[in-house]
Ligand binder design. Structure first.
Ligand SMILES: [Zn+2]
Ligand SMILES: [Zn+2]
Length: 257
């Protein structure tokens, strides 16, 4: 079976098709998906999805792009993470692409999430865009390696991948790796050790080829695995089993069933 390590099934486009999406997952042998939280206000819906379906799990956190939303402190994150279906803290991190002035509140929020993850022993889901140096610096300063985690929807250089791997983190590839012009990223997908590789859709965004431009869904994570198998010249089954084992090793509170 395959696992989608990162999706947003609570977003309206997907939420209204919940049963169809779960059925398509089963058909493509996508046996598990992690529903990732982006703001406190939506967390109850993310958790409800994971409570309704044994093959979904949830995370808790606030995305760095979300300004003017509820700002959780460490205690609040810890309280919400203390639920058997919450397997990770995030998504969290830094995004200076959408917040070009690199605001201090993003870094403060990221630090709070790292501290909560270290405290509760659940791994981090890190989002980074146009902010790799600061992301790695904060991860080092706060000892993020203690909690571990994943660099989700990885689009950075090989050097950034290397630094994250050195901190003990996993690297997750999305549909971007199937895009023709993603040459540098394809090279990174060839380089990451097999036991640190994850796959994701980031649905509803970033649908992989051959569905590019459509509303993405977890069933299509198979296309990400196929492209990685092709790039690494390995059988698909090997990528399938490695990424699934990696997922349940990292997110050890997630239940395979
Ligand atoms: Zn993200
Ligand atoms: Zn996401």
């Amino acid at each position: 079976m395959f696992v989608d390590s990162h999706c947003h099934l609570d977003f309206p486009d997907l939420a209204e098709r919940e049963e169809t999406i779960l059925a398509a997952m089963a058909q493509n042998r996508v046996g598990h998906a992690l529903c990732v939280s982006v703001k406190m206000e939506d967390f109850p819906r993310v958790l409800a999805l994971a409570e309704r379906h044994p093959n979904l799990s949830a995370s808790v956190g606030v995305h760095p792009d979300n300004d003017g939303v509820e700002e959780p402190d460490e205690a609040r994150l810890l309280a919400l993470a203390d639920h058997p279906k919450v397997v990770a803290i995030g998504e969290t991190g830094l995004d200076y692409y959408w917040q070009k002035d690199a605001p201090e509140w993003q870094r403060e929020r990221f630090r709070t999430h790292i501290r909560a993850a270290c405290q509760c022993g659940k791994p981090l889901i890190v989002h980074t865009r146009s902010a790799a140096d600061d992301t790695l610096r904060l991860m080092r300063e706060e000892g993020a390696g203690e909690a571990g985690g994943v660099m989700h929807c990885f689009t950075e250089s090989r050097e950034v991948a290397e630094a994250a791997l050195d901190l003990g983190f996993y690297i997750s590839f999305s549909g971007i790796v199937t895009f023709k012009n993603a040459r540098e990223l394809k090279a990174v997908a060839q380089y990451v050790p097999l036991d640190r590789l994850l796959i994701e859709t980031d649905a509803p965004y970033l649908a992989p080829v051959p569905h590019r431009g459509k509303t993405n869904e977890p069933a299509w994570v198979v296309h990400v695995a196929e492209e990685i198998a092709r790039l690494r010249n390995e059988p698909l089954e090997r990528i399938e089993s490695a990424t699934t084992e990696n997922f349940f090793r990292l997110f050890r509170h997630a239940q395979a069933h």
